[in-house]
Design a binder for this molecule. Structure first.
Ligand code: ARG
Length: 362
């Protein structure tokens, strides 16, 4: 690990001092950080700097439509944890405290950073909760095809997968420690709140036996604050209806459920011009929304979330900041033109903007 870049540390401290009002004077803190980097190659964020840094990383996330609440991110400081078993246990605690029985709280857990001579841990799963994708002898995948590779990896590392393999088997966590050794740890069932998917009008919908987990917690994006890299810093918000209904369930390389739903609806799937896909999609997203609402699990809808996002953009403008946004990620994957976020462009995202969540390591 190379030494921490002093200029990046200074940049961050300037932002922090400009926006927050910390008690230690700026020059004093800067001197402190400089001499710490001189002596050790790295430095430790104060708790307040860490909290601020994580929130700004969220605010800078150009693909996220849910940024209106960036300033309320709840931070779990676990910088002293780096052994795989400890990381896995804290990830489970993260899920429990973020789930709150359905009143989802936006939460981040920050594990040990990468420092010279002391690398941090790494979580290989893309989310704390994902469903396995079991490759079957006939070449098809049972479960989430997106997870086929990580599922095979878990099995190779000794994961005892459920038999028979199911469509919604929660994957174990795959964590590497500072010494590079990789371990597999199960996520206890009672730490994963799930919602069975039913439809407000069609009773047959329950027979599709669909379910989804309540908390989307990204776990493979390194967090960078002031030149310090935290390779494991899982964070969660709450779901937007379309993420599950219009993508996870609908994409042809995911659960690919539109044909089954359309058939049950009695639609003519012989031609795309009957718009069977569009009609099935609406009912699928309705079912997801209704089921989460019924279960008392926080879930945003695409209309409200779009409105809130534009509120956020306006707030940022008023604060004199630009709000970088990636149009193709912000606009919902259904009924785009019905939401106001569709009808405008945004400030171009700057890949060097910091603090930030970085793309996953390969
Ligand atoms: N789209 C991802 C999924 O369906 C989740 C990404 C994060 N989403 C969120 N609402 N914070 O699992």
């Amino acid at each position: 690990m190379p030494d921490v870049d002093v200029a990046e540390a200074e940049d961050f401290l300037r932002t922090y001092y400009a926006e927050a009002a910390p008690s230690i004077p700026f020059q004093e803190r800067l001197r402190e950080v400089r001499s710490e980097i001189d002596a050790t190659g790295g430095y430790a964020h104060t708790q307040a700097e860490l909290t601020f840094g994580t929130r700004i990383a969220w605010r800078n996330a150009a693909r996220c439509i849910g940024r209106l609440y960036w300033n309320s991110l709840s931070v779990r400081d676990r910088r002293h944890v780096s052994a795989p078993a400890g990381v896995a246990a804290e990830c489970v605690e993260h899920l429990r405290s973020a789930t709150r029985g359905g009143a989802i709280r936006s939460t981040i857990t920050v594990f040990a950073p990468d420092l010279p001579g002391a690398p941090g841990p790494r979580i290989h799963n893309e989310q704390l909760v994902r469903y396995a994708g079991h490759r079957l002898p006939d070449g098809t995948v049972r479960g989430d095809p997106r997870s086929a590779d990580i599922t095979a990896r878990a099995v190779a590392l000794g994961w005892d997968r459920p038999r028979p393999p199911g469509r919604f088997d929660v994957l174990p966590l795959i964590v590497s420690g500072p010494d590079g050794a990789t371990e597999v740890h199960d996520v206890p069932r009672d730490a994963v709140l799930e919602v069975p998917i039913r439809h407000p009008e069609y009773d047959w919908f329950a027979e599709l036996r669909l379910r989804w987990h309540a908390v989307p917690a990204i776990s493979n994006m390194p967090l960078v604050i002031g030149g310090i890299r935290y390779p494991a810093a899982p964070f969660n918000g709450w779901y937007l209806n379309t993420e599950i209904g219009a993508r996870n369930f609908a994409d042809t390389d995911r659960y690919d459920l539109l044909p089954a739903v359309a058939t049950r609806l009695g639609l003519d799937t012989g031609s795309v011009r009957t718009m069977w896909k569009d009609r099935a999609l609406v009912e699928l997203v309705r079912a997801v929304q209704w089921s989460f609402d019924k279960a008392g699990v926080t879930m945003a809808d695409h209309h409200t979330e779009s409105r809130r996002f534009l509120q956020h953009v306006a707030k940022e403008e008023k604060a004199g900041r630009s709000c970088p946004a990636d149009w193709s990620w912000i606009v919902p994957p259904m009924s785009g033109g019905l939401t106001q976020v569709f009808h405008r462009y945004y400030d171009e995202p700057d890949p060097d903007l910091r603090p930030a969540f970085l793309p996953p390591d390969p």
